[in-house]
Design a protein around this ligand. Structure first.
Ligand SMILES: [Fe+2]
Length: 436
């Protein structure tokens, strides 16, 4: 068991995740544009109630995600260790600009809505698409009717030869399912999280990470909600070298789960400290350890996500920079932007308070620190945000649009939105054998 962290550790945690979209093409924007996005979403957050599938209960979160019959998410491929002393040299040895986001549209003559023709078109372009993904780390599909529903989206990923896998947090899944039949999960569509920015992250929990992710828009939000991507190599080149070196030297740890424990405050202090806390900690360690295949250690903090006492589970320290297994490019593979409580709070200050969330979302709160428990300074976290917002691409996704990305090479997130939306994701362990 690790040592307890004090002071800064007591800074609460939050959550990260999701997707969302609208518009046609990705365009890098400057930091100023972030303000525009934030401002646009500031006015009167939606007060629509969460839908039934968004309200999984606290216990249901431990019963699995509802998708069955496919393999678990693959283990993370950490690759050969990159030493802190190599960071500067790696930066000098290449330049930014490798990460792209090409668009793929139906070929000339393919009539929109002629599903057979659309399928044939995708099939004919398959090799080209695989190559585009390999070169750029992400591809944006637009103009197809096929992917406007779950069955068509299933056809799409079958045609490309992608092999679907379970959510990396399947066993403790708080993620609702969009279509169990077609192995598709919901993005973060909850109305209660509509004025919440999902920070940039690779889909990775503990030891599991899908190789590829395909985000599909079944219904755009009424307003706002771009899908965001950040090229991991772009980010590597943009982020401060001393900070990258420090992160690589000390490694980074993330809390993977948080359980509200405010009720403990009602107990006598002696009982709370000597009986309740140790008991809960061991029980939770057992329960979570039973469901996930990676080490989780727990610590109590005075102020969790909701400003009340909480029990947080943390995963093992990980490096911040790895080599993308496909391109071998150095990429930042580290979810600070989404998992930092400080950055979430900083964004939320500009957006207004969130609605109180319900159900399993209460367990999905995160924060981070260096691997030796040293907290990140505000300046370091603001540098992370600066670098992200410098290289982020905002993608307006229309109904039926898909952003297919290499989960090691390209981070994802989403902006705020208004109204109801239905965006979804399928995870892939790779290409079906024999088709690569
Ligand atoms: Fe995600």
């Amino acid at each position: 068991m690790r040592s307890m962290r004090s002071a800064r550790t007591a800074r609460p945690l939050g959550q990260a995740h999701g997707i969302q979209l609208h518009g046609a093409c990705a365009r890098p924007r400057s930091h100023n544009n972030r303000r525009e996005v934030l401002t646009r979403a500031t006015a009167s957050p939606q007060t629509v109630e969460d839908r039934a599938q968004d309200k999984k209960g606290f216990l249901e979160a431990f019963t699995g995600g509802g998708v069955e019959g496919i393999d678990p998410s693959p283990q993370v491929v950490w690759g050969q260790n990159i030493l802190p002393s190599e960071i500067a040299e790696l930066k000098a040895g290449s330049s930014a600009g490798a990460d792209g986001l090409p668009r793929v549209e139906p070929s000339e003559g393919v009539v929109f809505g002629d599903l057979e023709a659309e399928r044939d078109d995708l099939s004919a372009k398959r090799e080209e698409i695989v190559e585009l993904l390999k070169e750029n780390g992400a591809v944006h599909f637009t103009g197809y009717k096929l992917m406007q529903d779950a069955a068509g989206y299933h056809d799409f990923y079958d045609i490309l030869g992608l092999d679907p896998c379970l959510d990396p947090i399947h066993s403790v899944a708080a993620r609702p399912v969009s279509s169990a039949e077609h192995k598709i999960y919901e993005a973060v569509n909850k109305p209660s999280r509509s004025n919440y920015i999902v920070g940039m992250h690779n889909e990775m929990v503990g030891t599991q990470a899908p190789r590829y992710a395909g985000f599909v828009c079944f219904k755009p939000a009424d307003e706002g909600g771009e899908f965001w991507t950040v090229g991991g190599n772009d980010f590597f080149h943009e982020l401060s070298t001393p900070l990258l070196e420090k992160m690589q030297r000390k490694k980074v740890i993330f809390s993977v789960v948080e359980f509200p424990m405010g009720f403990l405050k009602n107990l006598d202090e002696g009982v709370r400290e000597n009986v309740a806390k140790p008991l809960i900690k061991s029980l939770m360690g057992f329960a979570v350890g039973f469901k996930v295949d990676f080490d989780v250690f727990f610590r109590f903090v005075e102020e969790g996500y909701d400003g009340d006492m909480a029990l947080q589970g943390y995963a093992s320290p990980q490096p911040a920079v790895i080599r993308d297994p496909v391109s071998n490019l150095p990429v930042v593979f580290c979810n600070l932007h989404s998992h930092s409580k400080f950055l979430r709070d900083d964004r939320q200050k500009k957006l207004g308070a969130l609605k109180k969330t319900t159900g399993a979302s209460q367990a999905n709160k995160t924060d981070c620190s260096f691997g030796d428990d040293e907290p990140f300074t505000d300046e370091e976290l603001l540098e992370v945000d600066r670098a992200v917002m410098k290289v982020v691409k905002f993608i307006d996704m229309k109904k039926g649009d898909v952003v297919l990305l290499d989960n090691y090479r390209t981070m994802h997130g989403r902006g705020t939105f208004k109204g109801s939306r239905h965006n979804a994701v399928a995870w892939f362990s790779g290409f079906v054998k024999g088709r690569k």
